[in-house]
Design a protein around this ligand. Structure first.
Ligand SMILES: Nc1ncnc2c1ncn2[C@@H]1O[C@H](COP(=O)(O)OP(=O)(O)O)[C@@H](O)[C@H]1O
Ligand SMILES: Nc1ncnc2c1ncn2[C@H]1C[C@H](O)[C@@H](COP(=O)(O)O)O1
Length: 207
C-alpha cells in the first residue's frame, strides 16, 4: 500500500506523513530539504536557479519512487511526503507560467519528466491537503525556515491555483481531499482520527 500526501508549502504534509506512518506502522519517505543544494539560492533568485532546482528535485523524487517500488514489492506499506507529479504539474508549471523559467528550460525539463514518468507507479491513494492562504502563511511562519520567510503571498496563491486545477483532473487512482483549514492534528488526536477514518473508508471501504 502506498499513500502519497500532496499539498502546498506548509499545508502539513510532513507532520501528517509522520503521524500516519506511526499509526499504520509503515515506512515514511520525507523530502530532504536540509541537504538540498539549490533551495536557498532559488528563493533568493528564482529565475537564476529555477531549472537547476527542478532537475535536482526531479532526480531525487524519481530515485525515491524507485525505492518505494522496491518496498512495495517486499510487501511494505509506504507514506510519501510530496510526489514527482507536483514537481512538474505544480512547481515547474507555475515557474513557467510566472515567467520565472524560460520556455526553453521548461520544454527541456518537461521532456526529461516525460521520459521518467512511465517508470513511476502512481500511489494507491493520493491525499490532498487543501489549505487557504492564511493557514499556509501561519504554518510556514510557525515552522520558521529562514529561506522561506520571504515567500511572496502571490507565489503561494499561484501554487494553490495549480493544485486545484491538477487535483480536479487527477485520474491516476483514488483521491481523498482533506480540508485542513480547521483541523489541528498536532494538538487534537480526534482530528487525526477523522483523517484516518476517511483513509480507511476510501481505501478499504471501512467505516
Ligand atoms: N493540522 C495542523 N494543525 C496545526 N499545526 C499544523 C498542522 N499541520 C502542520 N502544522 C504545523 O505547521 C508547520 C508546517 O507543517 P509541515 O508538516 O512541515 O508542512 P509541509 O510538510 O506541508 O510543508 C509545522 O510547524 C507543523 O507543526
Ligand atoms: N519542485 C519544487 N520546486 C520548487 N520548490 C519546491 C519544489 N518541491 C519542494 N519545494 C520547496 C517548497 C518548500 O520550500 C520546500 C519543502 O516543501 P514542503 O512543502 O515544505 O515540504 O521545498
Amino acid at each position: 500500500m502506498h499513500i502519497a500526501i500532496v499539498g502546498n508549502i506548509g499545508a502539513g504534509k510532513t507532520t501528517l506523513a509522520n503521524k500516519l506512518a506511526h499509526h499504520f506502522n509503515w515506512e515514511v519517505f520525507l523530502e530532504d530539504v536540509d541537504h538540498n543544494p539549490y533551495l536557498k539560492d532559488f528563493y533568493d533568485d528564482m529565475p537564476r536557479w529555477a531549472f537547476h532546482l527542478q532537475v535536482y528535485f526531479l532526480n531525487s523524487r524519481f530515485k525515491q519512487t524507485q525505492r518505494i517500488k522496491e518496498l512495495q514489492a517486499a510487501g511494505k506499506g509506504v507514506i510519501q511526503d510530496r510526489t514527482i507529479y507536483e514537481d512538474a504539474h505544480i512547481f515547474a508549471a507555475n515557474l513557467h507560467d510566472s515567467r520565472l523559467m524560460t520556455e526553453r528550460d521548461y520544454q527541456n525539463y518537461l521532456s526529461l519528466f516525460e521520459s521518467m514518468i512511465d517508470l513511476v507507479r502512481p500511489p494507491d491513494l493520493l491525499l490532498y491537503l487543501r489549505a487557504d492562504l492564511p493557514r499556509l502563511i501561519h504554518q510556514i511562519q510557525k515552522r520558521n525556515r529562514d529561506y522561506e520567510n520571504n515567500i511572496k503571498i502571490d507565489y503561494l496563491k499561484n501554487l494553490n491555483g495549480h493544485y486545484e486545477q491538477w487535483i480536479a483532473n487527477y485520474k491516476h487512482g483514488k483521491l481523498l481531499i482533506v480540508d485542513v483549514n480547521h483541523l489541528d492534528y498536532v494538538q487534537n488526536p480526534e482530528d487525526l482520527g477523522v483523517i484516518i477514518e476517511r483513509i480507511n473508508s476510501t481505501l478499504f471501504g471501512l467505516f
